[in-house]
Design a protein around this ligand. Structure first.
Ligand code: BG6
Length: 492
C-alpha cells in the first residue's frame, strides 16, 4: 500500500478549464488524490474559462469528458464522483482582460487564508497578462502559488519575458514551472538509482561508461494539436524540457539534499556544462525529421502534412542530437538523445552502455562479447535491466551470452502507477518545488537549444522525411553509427 499523507485544504484555480490539459490530466489527477484520501473534500476547484457555462454545465463536462474518459471504470465510485463534482465551481472570465474578475474575487475572498494554487493551463502568451491581472485584483496572498505549464516561451527572449512578467507578481519561491516528466515515478527513481545505491555511483563516469542513449518515442501523431505543434516542433516540445531534464538527472552530481534549491543547483550545472553546438556542427550532430504516411501496428496512418491539413511545413516531428557535457566526469561520454512522433512503439527509456573489457581471455568471437548495459524503462512496463555476459550452460566448449538482471517495478510494487500530475499537483499544494524547474534552469535550457533552432532556420534543407512506423530518418541511424555505435531498438 502506498503511504498517503493528506495535504492541507486548498483552492485550486484552473485557468483554461475547458482545455485539453485540464480535462485529460488535471481533473482526473485531482479526482484520484481525492479517491486516495489525500485531498480533503472541503478543498475547492475553481474552473475558469471564457465559455459561458454555469456550475452544473461545467460539472457535467467534467463528469463526462474528464472522469468518463480518463479515469478507469473500477476507480469511478459514485460517492467519490459526486463529492468531487461538488468541489468544483465554474467562473466564466476572460482572464487576460482586466474586467469581470468580481465573481472570482468574491469566491476566493470566502477563504482568504487558504493555500491558493493558480494553475495556468493556457497558452504561454497568456501567463504574463493573467499573472498581472491576478496581482491587480489583489488575489496574491503569502500562501499563493502559480503553476506554469511548459513550454515557457518559444525561445530565450520570450522565456525571459514571461519569467519577468510573472516574476513581477509572484516571488520565485511561489512559481512552479511544470515539466511533467519530473513527476513520473520512474524519473524520480533515477535519483534513487544513483544516490541510494553505492554500486552504480562508483561506475558513473567516462572511465567505465561508453555512452548514454535517451529515447522518448511516441506512436501518436499531432492529433488535434497541430496549431500549437506546428509552431513548436519536437526540439521545443520535447528536447528543451523533458529530454534535457532526464539528461540532468542522469548526469548531475549528488545534491546536498533533496530540497528544491540543492537539486536545481546541480541540474543547472549540467545545463551550463552542455557543450554549445556551433552552426557548422549542426548538420553533423543533429537530425530533424518529419513523418510521412505509413503504418503503426499494421494500421495505415497519414503523414504530418495531411494531419495538419497544410501544403508545406518545415516543422520537425523527430529530433536526434548528440551532445557532450564538459565536466571531468562526462567529457569523453557522448549522450545521444532522440524523440519523435509516429515511431513504432510508445516507449521512454535510457540506455547506459558501459565500456567493453579492454582484453578478453575467452576464446569467443569478438562479436559475441556484448558490453554491459543498464537499461532503464521509464514507460511503459517501468523497470530496469542490467545486461551482463554469462556462460551458456552445458558442455561442448565455452560459449558466452548476454543475459539480463531484470526488475519490473510494476510486479515488485503491485500498485497503480499514479499519473505525474497527481504528484506534481500535491507538491504545489505543499509548496515543495524540488520537481519543478527554476527560472535559471529554463533559461539555460533555451540557451543551449537556441543555436540549433537558429542553424536549422538558416539552412535551406527541410526536415528529412521518415515513414510513420519507422525509427525516424536514416540520418538518425547514421548519426550514431558514424561513432561505431547503434541505437538500441530492442529495448522498446
Ligand atoms: C508533452 C508534449 O509535453 O509530452 C506532447 O507536449 C507529448 O507532444 C507528451 O506527446 C508526452 O508525454 P508522455 O507523458 O505521454 O510521455
Amino acid at each position: 500500500m502506498a503511504k498517503i499523507i493528506p495535504v492541507n485544504e486548498f483552492d485550486c484555480i484552473v485557468f483554461g478549464a475547458t482545455g485539453d490539459l485540464t480535462l485529460r490530466k488535471l481533473l482526473p489527477a485531482l479526482y484520484h488524490r481525492l479517491l486516495d484520501g489525500q485531498i480533503r473534500p472541503s478543498s475547492r476547484i475553481i474552473a475558469v474559462a471564457r465559455s459561458r457555462l454555469d456550475d452544473d454545465a461545467y460539472r457535467a463536462r467534467a463528469r463526462e469528458e474528464a472522469l468518463g474518459h480518463h479515469v478507469a471504470d473500477e476507480d469511478r465510485k459514485d460517492e467519490t464522483v459526486s463529492t468531487f463534482l461538488g468541489m468544483i465551481s465554474y467562473v466564466s472570465l476572460d482572464a487576460a482582460q482586466s474586467s469581470d474578475w468580481g465573481q472570482l474575487r468574491d469566491l476566493l475572498g470566502q477563504q482568504p487564508d487558504r493555500i491558493r494554487v493558480f494553475y495556468l493551463a493556457t497558452s504561454p502568451e497568456l501567463y504574463g497578462p493573467i499573472s498581472h491581472n491576478i496581482g491587480e485584483q489583489g488575489l496574491v496572498t503569502p500562501n499563493s502559488r502559480v503553476v506554469l505549464e511548459k513550454p515557457i516561451g518559444r525561445d530565450l527572449p520570450s522565456a525571459c519575458a514571461i519569467n519577468d512578467e510573472v516574476g513581477r507578481v509572484f516571488e520565485e519561491r511561489q512559481i512552479f514551472r511544470i515539466d511533467h516528466y519530473l513527476g513520473k515515478e520512474t524519473v524520480q527513481n533515477l535519483m534513487a538509482l544513483r544516490f541510494a545505491n553505492s554500486i552504480f555511483e562508483r561506475l558513473w563516469n567516462g572511465d567505465v561508461i561508453d555512452h548514454v542513449q535517451i529515447t522518448v518515442a511516441e506512436t501518436v501523431g499531432v492529433e488535434g494539436r497541430g496549431g500549437y505543434y506546428d509552431h513548436s516542433g519536437a526540439l521545443r516540445d520535447m528536447v528543451q524540457n523533458h529530454l534535457l531534464q532526464l539528461l540532468c538527472l542522469l548526469a548531475m552530481e549528488s545534491p546536498l539534499s533533496l530540497d528544491a534549491d540543492p537539486v536545481r543547483d546541480e541540474k543547472l550545472k549540467v545545463l551550463r556544462a552542455l557543450q554549445k553546438i556551433e552552426p557548422h556542427e549542426v548538420a553533423n550532430v543533429t537530425v530533424r525529421g518529419q513523418y510521412t504516411h505509413g503504418a503503426i501496428d499494421g494500421k495505415p496512418v497519414k503523414g504530418y502534412l495531411e494531419d495538419l491539413g497544410a501544403d508545406g511545413s518545415r516543422t520537425e516531428t523527430f529530433v536526434a542530437v548528440k551532445c557532450r557535457i564538459n565536466t571531468l566526469r562526462w567529457a569523453n561520454v557522448p549522450f545521444y538523445l532522440r524523440t519523435g512522433k509516429r515511431l513504432p512503439s510508445k516507449f521512454s527509456g535510457i540506455v547506459v552502455q558501459f565500456r567493453s573489457p579492454p582484453f578478453s581471455i575467452f576464446p569467443v568471437d569478438k562479436s559475441e562479447m556484448q558490453p554491459n548495459k543498464l537499461i532503464i524503462r521509464l514507460q511503459p512496463e517501468e523497470g530496469m535491466r542490467l545486461e551482463m555476459m554469462t556462460k551458456e550452460p552445458g558442455p561442448g566448449g565455452l560459449r558466452l551470452r548476454s543475459t539480463g538482471l531484470d526488475i519490473s517495478f510494476e510486479k515488485t510494487f503491485a500498485i497503480r502507477y499514479p499519473d505525474a500530475y497527481e504528484r506534481l499537483l500535491m507538491d504545489t499544494v505543499r509548496g515543495q518545488a524540488t520537481l519543478f524547474m527554476r527560472r535559471d534552469e529554463v533559461e539555460a535550457a533555451w540557451s543551449w537549444v537556441e543555436p540549433i533552432i537558429e542553424a536549422w532556420a538558416n539552412r535551406p534543407e527541410a526536415p528529412k522525411p521518415y515513414p510513420a512506423g519507422s525509427w525516424g530518418p536514416t540520418a538518425s541511424i547514421a548519426l550514431i553509427e558514424r561513432d561505431g555505435r547503434t541505437w538500441h531498438e530492442e529495448i522498446a
